[in-house]
Write a protein that binds this ligand. Structure first.
Ligand SMILES: Nc1nc2c(ncn2[C@@H]2O[C@H](COP(=O)(O)OP(=O)(O)OP(=O)(O)O)[C@@H](O)[C@H]2O)c(=O)[nH]1
Ligand SMILES: [Mg+2]
Length: 217
């Protein structure tokens, strides 16, 4: 594989640990594109089906219990939420509404979908998107749709398996292989898969390093 795998760069892991345990601020919540902050800093966005664990992963990465609002109720995050990392600010994390949430009113789903899509396609400072996938479910058609949209927009992304604490090792291995096989067919997808648990901390230090590397692309 020709792409450098930055997950196991120990200096970068340590640098990222220090940075994420320092200053982290909620900046703003944008319900529409016109409310986006000025594109002054690099951004890394978190996408994925509703309830997959986007907000929880941001909390785990930043070591804050509830800087991003997480909930058992799908559809918790309804706007683009921006968090600034570092003092002075080095980059931003963007928590987004989930997709594929069947129970929300059609109009609301359409509005979220358009907001997320327009942001992902049009944001010049967006360095990488993380596409989160639930370890229990693997890739669903809506995930493939999102990945294809990112391929077409030439927005690079990483696939991150979430909630690995909820599945047995053997099942996790199968899901990982299946997701990796499909990921390889997507041109804008980073070739290495991240296995994480926001609950148990698995893969969090490595993902911090990856996000830091992405912010410097
Ligand atoms: N066991 C376990 N539960 C998790 C993990 N990550 C998230 N959860 C749970 O999954 C549920 C949804 O988490 P959120 O972080 O709110 O998910 P989200 O993707 O932000 O959801 P929306 O904002 O609705 O799109 C919550 O009950 C979390 O506690 C994990 O790593 N392990
Ligand atoms: Mg959320």
């Amino acid at each position: 594989m020709s792409v450098k795998d930055d997950r196991y760069d120990h200096d970068l892991i340590e640098e990222a640990r220090k940075l994420f345990s320092g200053r982290v601020d909620f900046l703003l919540s944008a319900p529409q594109l016109q409310f986006l902050p000025e594109p002054d800093f690099p951004e890394v966005a978190f996408a994925g089906r509703s309830n997959v664990g986007k907000s929880s992963l941001i909390n785990a990465l930043t070591g804050r219990k509830a800087i991003a609002r997480a909930s058992v109720t799908p559809g918790r995050t309804q706007e683009l939420n921006f968090f600034e990392i570092g003092m002075p600010t080095q980059f931003r994390l963007v928590d987004m509404p989930g997709y594929g949430f069947a129970k929300a009113p059609v109009k609301v789903v359409e509005r979220w979908k358009r907001l997320v899509r327009d942001y992902l396609r049009g944001r010049a400072v967006l360095k990488r998107t993380l596409v989160l996938v639930d370890s229990r479910h693997g890739l669903k058609p809506v995930d493939i749709e999102m990945m294809t949209m990112l391929d077409q927009a030439a927005v690079g992304y990483r696939v991150v398996l979430t909630k690995t604490d909820k599945v047995k090792a053997s099942a996790l291995e199968q899901t990982r292989d299946a997701v990796e096989a499909i990921s390889r067919k997507h041109p804008a997808c980073y070739p290495y898969l991240h296995l994480t648990s926001a609950e148990k901390g698995m893969g969090i230090a490595e993902l911090r390093a990856a996000v830091l590397a992405d912010s410097r692309l």
